[in-house]
Design a protein around this ligand. Sequence first.
Ligand SMILES: [Zn+2]
Length: 707
Amino acid sequence: MRARTVVAILMLAACRPAPAPTPAPAAPARPAVVVDAGVTPVATPTVAPPDAAPPGPPVTTMTLAEVGLEATSLDRSVDPCVDFYQFACGGWLAKNDIPADRARWGRFAEIDEKNLASLKTLLEADAKWNATDPVGNKLGDFYASCMDEAALEKVGTAAIKPLLDKAAKVKDAKSWLAMVGELHKIGINVVWSVSADVDNKDSTTYVTMLDTAGLGLPDRDYYLDEKFKDKVDAYREHVQRMLALAGVQKPDAAAADVLAIETAMAKLTKTRVERRDPQAAYNPMDIKALTKSAKSVDWNGYFKGLGFTPSKKLIVGTPKFFAGLDALRKAQPPAKWQSYFTYHLLAENAFALPKAYDDEAFALEKVLTGVTEKQPRFKRCVAATSTGLGELLGKQYVDKYFPGQARSTAITLVDAVVKELDGDLSQLDWMSDATKQVARDKLAKIVRMIGYPDRWRAYDFTIKRDDFGGNQQRAAAFEVHRVLARSGKPVDRAEWLMNTFTVNAYYNPPTNNTALLAGILQPPFFGQDRGIAANLGGIGMVIGHELTHGFDDEGSQYDAKGNLVNWWKPDDQTKFVAKGQCVAKMYDSFEALPKQYVNGKLTLGENIADLGGVKMAFRAYRSLRKDATRQIVADGFTEDQQFFIAVGQAWCSKDRKEETQRRLTVDPHSPPKFRVYGALRNLPEFAQAFQCAVGTPMHPSETCSVW
Ligand SMILES: [Zn+2]
């Protein structure tokens, strides 16, 4: 079960895949290769580079490993100007297969595996009862209850029995609404979602939000686009088997009913691209207006049932969905809704039910992502404990595994990148002084959260060592209530939206803050002993990416305080939109699977952030090294080249075909390979570093630039 807070997060990672054709291959004639700061040729792709000294300070020769990069991940047989991703990652791609329990394997996943092992060590120690450590006992009991598969077999569906009974008795509008409320209370967002988040037009206050939800497949497109027909068929069969396990009569007909309901809902659900428009998602209503829209719902009773008082202003993400809600409910007889509720209750709880249910849930995952094996139970129990008690575990992780020095080093790097972005904003040739001033002010006000929170959240719910199902429900209910109860209250700008051990970073427009999590402050992104070029190409790129989100097509609609206020002079905005269109068009041409392309509009915000992020990180690296008395050449690669190799090697990654298809539909990030191509082919400094001639794939004659 998952309690989900709906937040406008713009993540860096959680992204994308590998193989597939792309920027035209075909190596054009061009001087053999490589160089240093844009001057002396140092190497050919296939031969070890000579140690010709580049101009500038005296050279210190090192190996790539010594500066924090991986020589064995390279493929030197490839011309970096033709296919830089293959050049940086070819060796890695050749020696890495996707593990059976992963849909994607890349650098983020590598670190994630390492973090999982650390968290396992912590939780196994916690699971040994310690009378003097109440926090450890909470974590340990939760984790131990999850690992106890025998207990789950023994109790069967007891933990959800009262809800299953209730679902089977849905007979009219009232019992239908009661069921929706019961499931929302434990974080299962059937039919619609309810949350409380920052008011986009009054960012000092949390506001209650309602939007579409309740689909079992990854996106509305799966129901409506013919190309997903095989997935829909597999889903129907899966729903049928899941319902059969629970003893539902005529499960084949019941599964068809679930599909009919979800398809009707999908038609009222916005596309992913439409959902990226924050203005269109901002539809304030009060309860009276909402009642006018969905007449048969007793909204006051619904909110009361959830145990909180909503804000006076409710923000409705998709008004047409709520306007169609009465008709949607009435179009399907109660028996069909019984199947729908029952299925979602089982599917969301499958991990806490006997193995047969969990196996069935995995059968669907296999179809949708291509994974062939379930994750070992400990990994899933670490994840479940993280969901339930994230900040307790986060604190243990930071105390034991995060070196304090890393935080201060990371702060230095963030400062350096901010400085470059500020310099960039002040010198743009396409923006008026008035708009520049507001943009710089917004940048200056971005709150930077590095590593871990200064204050940790408490968790107050009962945890029983022999009741995993109950623990999950209580954890979810606690989180749902925590979020909803803040409706109408002041915004806590110091809240962290991800767990510290997550391998990720984010920027959140309505709070104008960015977080760089302890979990990602590791190689191949970051290391205390790595060269400056390698650190800036890795974590510097991540930092630049997140900061640029404040100025992407979506983030730029928010002001320094996090309000949706247009601070752009019209002429500047017109130019900005045109620059974005250039980027969208370029990414639209990237073919990730045969005849399946990156969606330039869906990924525009991330791509703008990638382009700006690499550029700012590069400038920051240059500026941190400008007074260096020695220049470092590593295995023949200049420092500029080391920077770009770090960028490329951060994205080495492979996806299963099904996963690529799923992500092309749902993921706002481009596949990793295209993140490398897209960001670097638009950057003159890259072409200069590797001496790529105009017209080579990595140095096209037409490029895009936003920031
Ligand atoms: Zn991002």
